[in-house]
Ligand binder design. Structure first.
Ligand SMILES: [Zn+2]
Length: 827
């Protein structure tokens, strides 16, 4: 397979085929040469998580001629126990995470490679009573030797040996199961063609619940002990079923895999992961606490719809290489919004769209660490860093614009053709655009080039000159780019308002302002990019935004002001006043929730008794129940005056608030321990006694170490987090790191910044997809000081040529530090 010998004359130039990870070159070569791929896998899983998982694989494939074979296995050489090819023991070289089989061991046509090995633990997520694999994007190779690349789809047949009382779930249903000598032996049916990142199994003490959706049986597995939470499975099943029906209707393709089951796991790293037949979900996202807010319910439904949409978009048709991973995420989120709509008929979904996708997109796109939707990827080992808000949130915003250009019907036809053409196979963004292009007269290539291949967004200004309005877009990165976009502007008169649609395809757009206009409200549907009003309009908007009667327009204006606040074009005081004015009159739960989310930042900065008192008042009298709850949560995280801390302590101690739940009281315990260090031991002991579920107790014991007042213990705990084995449960590690860097501890914990950044490359290597960003965000988000900024800068200076993808993650997380630096002369 290799174009030159391993240690031959090509060695002056490092040969990319043999480098660590999977280079694009290796993937392309293997795609050409390896056909008809099948894996027969067997794993023996002991009850004790300290004992090794032993495995065996038979890899079957066809090649045109005898050739060198490069397999991927990211473990130490001693984990490979035995290798044979076509029935004969074979020599092999173990190099840079590869098992390399010599040409002489292979034959033309069908080959069978048999390897006995010890599985690496990194992606087995081993806990005391259960384990689960999470192999996206390139972690199958940590568990078993394979050809790790999304476009070498294979049929997997799995056998597991587990403790007799455990359940096991995988992509397909069980073909046979029997217990021999206290061990359960399970064989699963062969899968449909799957990429390695979609192969998965879960085993452990799990409860199983079934649900009949017509002929189809859906199965859930979980470890929850609270009956009120378990009862929520009914609504979860209904939402899974309606997602499946919606997608079958839209795509005209019946669910393309043999079975549908999902597993709800404590401490799961992501919201969900779309393994066919074994979708994984995070327990806190599925089992909501009592009195869930509307946002939490919408987010759960969206997550279910998202993972279910992946069955068609990602699992059935898969990206060719992970540079296009966004093509599966854009569909999953775009269609999730469509699927959720009929489930919540009373919700304003265009408002919810901008609140969800546009907000999250702006959060990264405004920073120096922003990236284009499509990013180059030279090696699969960096695939995890491609993920972020841009692909999850800006991409659907872009997709909505593309649908606007094409029209719904042509778009749906294009999507159906795309799925039919690439069924059980792989496709690139260009393949998709080619199909969509054939359905429309519009120029999709130019649109795609700026929206998909370029980073950032334009700044748009409005100038009203004697009744002539000029709208102008400007590329803040001075590349002279033009972003075609449509948005609405509203002319507000004394009595009534009128809205017009602007189709901004060039740099400027002019229109006449109707007579009697008192204010021009830009972007009242939030489909446009960052609008910077002139000073007079800004004052008007700050004072009157909340009077806008149409809900989507009101949300849009609130978001517009927030974006200007983020760019420091509005002071903390003025922003807080505008928010409090809104809070007084807001009737829409989603807008109220946005308001509550925005309050924290200026509240921390302005910290004063009168303001906190006013917010406490609203926690009792606001007409929207979820808003009252969100305001208390805002105070838990951001209040700092002694009066508020007394009040919170009292609430926590009595534990009798009608809406707060165990998670709220636990968060309060952490915050109170920080505010009242003298009571730390009491607080932690009391809260610990209140927690019954063993998984949540383990979580509490881990995170509560971070709120100790003893600086020696803090330092020791921080040092322990620098070791991969102590970061295994990533959401817990990120929470703990954020508490170590709590705003109250800023001056002390500045010293954690450098070592926390130094370890980031290793965090990427040992952690899962979202962890580098979550790690660096937990480390930096609470720091506001000049010293903190200097630490980050010093890190970059000490590491010239640092990974651009990781640099972006740091710059995204350090946005407030860089913004303050840019706005302050003494920094
Ligand atoms: Zn997804």
């Amino acid at each position: 397979m290799a174009v030159c010998l391993l240690f031959g004359s090509c060695q002056e130039k490092p040969n990319k085929l043999y480098e660590e990870g999977i280079s694009l070159e290796l993937a392309q070569l293997r795609k050409e040469e390896i056909k008809d791929l099948k894996y027969n896998l067997r794993f023996s899983i002991p009850e004790q998580k300290q004992e090794a998982v032993e495995g065996e694989t038979r890899i079957l494939f066809t090649i045109q001629k005898p050739q060198e074979i490069i397999l991927d296995f990211r473990e130490s050489a001693d984990k490979v126990k035995e290798v044979s090819v076509n029935g004969q023991p074979s020599e092999y070289t173990f190099l840079n995470e590869h098992i390399i089989l010599p040409e002489g061991s292979t034959i033309e046509g069908e080959n069978e490679v048999h390897i006995r090995f010890t599985a690496g633990d990194q992606s087995l997520n081993r806990n005391d009573e259960y384990l689960y694999t999470l192999l996206v994007p390139d972690r199958a190779r940590t568990v078993f030797p394979c050809f790790e690349q999304p476009n070498l789809k294979a049929e997997f047949t799995l056998q597991l040996e587990v403790p007799a009382e455990w359940e096991a779930v995988s992509n397909t249903s069980v073909a046979s199961e029997n217990v021999i000598n206290g061990k359960k032996h399970i064989t699963f049916r062969p899968t449909e063609p799957l990429s390695t990142y979609l192969f998965s199994f879960v085993a452990g003490k799990l409860k199983k619940v079934e649900y009949a959706d017509g002929e189809r049986i859906l199965t859930a597995y979980h470890r929850e002990t609270d009956p009120k939470k378990v009862a929520q499975l009914d609504v979860i099943f209904e939402q899974v079923a309606s997602s499946l029906h919606w997608l079958e209707d839209y795509t005209a393709i019946p669910y393309p895999f043999a079975k549908y089951s999902f597993i709800i796991l404590p401490g799961f790293q992501y919201g969900g992961m779309e393994h066919t037949g074994a979708t994984l979900y995070n327990d806190t996202r599925m089992f909501l606490s009592e009195h869930p807010t509307l946002d939490e319910e919408l987010a759960r439904a969206k997550l279910i719809a998202h993972e279910t949409a992946h069955m068609w978009f990602g699992d059935f048709v898969t990206m060719d290489w992970f540079n296009d991973v966004w093509t599966k995420e854009v569909f999953a989120n775009y269609f999730a919004a469509c699927i959720v709509e009929p489930l919540f008929p009373s919700v304003n979904h265009s408002l919810n769209w901008i609140k969800t996708y546009t907000t999250a997109s702006l959060a990264e796109d405004r920073t120096q660490g922003s990236n284009s939707i499509r990013q180059p990827l030279d090696n699969l080992r960096n695939a995890g860093l491609i993920y972020g808000n841009i692909i999850y949130n800006k991409a659907p915003v872009m997709m909505q614009k593309l649908v606007e250009i094409m029209g719904e019907e042509a778009y749906q036809k294009g999507i159906q053709e795309y799925l039919k053409t690439y069924a059980y196979g792989n496709a690139t963004w260009d393949d998709l655009i080619a199909i969509l292009d054939s359905q429309t007269e519009e120029d999709l290539a130019t649109f795609s080039d700026v929206w998909v291949n370029q980073k950032g967004m334009p700044h748009i200004t409005f100038t009203n000159r004697c009744g002539q309005l000029e709208i102008r877009q400007r590329d803040p990165l001075n590349r002279g780019l033009i972003w075609p976009q449509r948005f609405q502007i509203t002319f507000q008169g004394a009595e009534e308002s009128a809205s017009v649609e602007v189709n901004l395809t060039g740099e400027t757009y002019a229109l006449t302002v109707p007579l009697g206009t008192q204010a021009i409200l830009p972007n009242t549907d939030e489909r446009g990019c960052l609008f910077i009003p002139d000073e007079q309009s800004m004052e008007w908007l700050l004072a009157h935004w909340q009077e806008t009667t149409e809900d989507t327009a009101r949300q849009s204006l609130l978001m517009l002001l927030y974006e200007n606040y983020q760019h420091r074009l509005i002071s903390d005081k003025k922003w807080m006043d505008a928010l409090m004015n809104g809070l007084k009159t807001e009737k829409n739960a989603l807008i109220a929730s946005t308001l509550c989310g925005y309050l924290g930042e200026p509240l921390q900065k302005l910290s004063n008794e009168a303001l906190e008192k006013e917010i406490w008042n609203w926690t009792e009298k606001h007409p929207i129940a979820s808003c009252r709850l969100q305001l208390i949560r805002c105070l838990i995280s951001n209040a700092s005056t002694p009066q508020s801390i007394d009040k919170l302590y009292d609430l926590w101690e009595k534990q009798n608030h009608p809406m707060l739940n165990e998670r709220d009281y636990t968060n309060m315990a952490y915050e109170l321990a920080l505010h009242r260090p003298e009571k730390y031991e009491d607080i932690i002991k009391t809260q610990r006694e209140r927690i019954n579920n063993p998984d949540r107790l383990r979580q509490f014991d881990f995170i509560s170490q971070a709120v100790t007042p003893d600086t020696l213990q803090m330092d020791a705990f921080f040092q322990s987090l620098l070791k991969a084995e102590n970061r295994r449960i990533e959401p817990w590690a990120a929470s703990a790191l954020a508490y170590l860097n709590h705003p109250l501890r800023q001056p002390y914990s500045v010293k954690y910044i450098r070592p926390g950044l130094e370890v980031l490359e290793e965090v990427q290597r040992t952690g899962d997809i979202f962890f580098p960003k979550n790690w660096v965000s937990a480390l930096l988000r609470n720091h506001k000081s000049k010293e903190a900024y200097q630490e980050v800068q010093a890190f970059f200076e000490a590491h010239p040529g640092y990974s651009p993808l990781l640099t972006n993650k740091i710059l995204q997380a350090a946005w407030p530090l860089y913004r303050e630096a840019a706005n302050s002369l003494d920094m």
